[in-house]
Design a protein around this ligand. Sequence first.
Ligand code: HAM
Length: 453
Amino acid sequence: MEIPPRVRWMQDIFGEYQRYFTFLKKVARHEFRTNGFTRITTPILELKSLITHSTGDGSDIVTKEMFDFTDKGGREVVMKPESTPGVMRAYLEHMLEEPQPVYLYYIEPHFRYDRPQKGRYRQFHQIGAEIIGEVDPILDAKAIYIMAQILDGLGLAGTYTVKINSLGVAKEREKYLIELASFFENKKHLLDETDLARLEKNPLRLLDSKNADVKELLKVAPKMTDFLKKDSLEFYTKVKEYLDILGVKYEEDHTLVRGLDYYSHTVWELVDGSGRTQDALGGGGRYDGLAKSIGYKTEVPAVGFAFGAERLIEAMIERGVQLKNKDKIHLYIMQLGDEAKKLALPLNIEARKKWLNSLLGLGTPSIKVQLKKANRVGARFVIVIGIMEAKKWICQLKDMDRGTQIEMPLDNVLDAVIAEVGTDALSFYHPSRDFIISDVPMSEEKMRRVSMD
Ligand code: HAM
């Protein structure tokens, strides 16, 4: 029988790549935590109607890219292509009574049945945030600022551009769309099939066109910002003022519309400057109308963003950002025989208590085989305990980098290793510092967020 292959275009994440992933999560979590955000995880599956009513019937995601199916209960479900609709749904169910706005972040897998290419995968991860429940242009500016902070924290300062635009409110967009469509009406001969369909269905999507003629025409086409009325203009101006105060440099891009239907007012993208089609490291915007579009009685002010984790990692690798390897094996403990094993096992545990990363030789392989393995796992030091050593409570300590070997009492050997690898290389963590054991049970009220029904 053949081993079943991986599902096409899905990826396993391990080794060095996983280390980048962990680092991303750490940087993002730190940034979110210090800005008052808490983490949310919404289900992988959402009802299809939630996505069609929010991300939008006309969006590429809904028309082409959904991993959707009917479950055994006959429900039409989707493996979430993005988290914004699910987070809003969860907010409306659980968080209306919380102090507003609520600041939520997520680090989640998402699924889009897309044509794969560099930077575009069928399962990918987003690091995202949503601020829901209060309207203030400060929040738009802060969301962009936080994105920039995360990129700088990943070693990407100076490699990206912040692009912003305003899409105003629905009424203003309607007017603009009529003007835009009439501008292109007598230029149809210059449009390809895709752009003709866009003109027909949603002319706003023409601003995403990759066609050189259309791009040229867009330079003289009507601009969304010319259709903004006083309130929308004021909002947009304030966002820009706050960005200036926060020291975030940005470019205004009148063609930036984003591919999701729920945006109003501010939209933005952080692009990597590579000129590739998939150059957006992340994007976001305001979506005050989403709650109503999924059935809530009123609009709910909200703003948010998401980064593509894989794209961030690729950008870091291109930039030459190399991570210090905290998983490096400091010590390989080699044993030769039963008596040696009885000493090697406690030494392995003791090494862990001293925050060294160690591996224990298993079974009964020869010294040569164990040495080879120690080399393969990249151990800096090898402790050898044979029958003679076990009797005398000593060991041989091999420094694999220097190619030296010395005899040592077992009691001193771990401190000798620590002195060489340095305490900076060790990761100190006491889980017990993060909890207390209390007699008072957790209240239903606090736990209700885990809704199981
Ligand atoms: P989005 O622009 O569709 O926005 O996705 C955000 C980011 O996810 C993109 O900029 C890109 O880096 C990454 N991404 C998207 N599709 C793929 C893919 N197939 N493979 C790899 N990476 C991908 C949203 O999803 C919105 N929910 C963002 C948001 C949150 N707006 C308001 N709140």
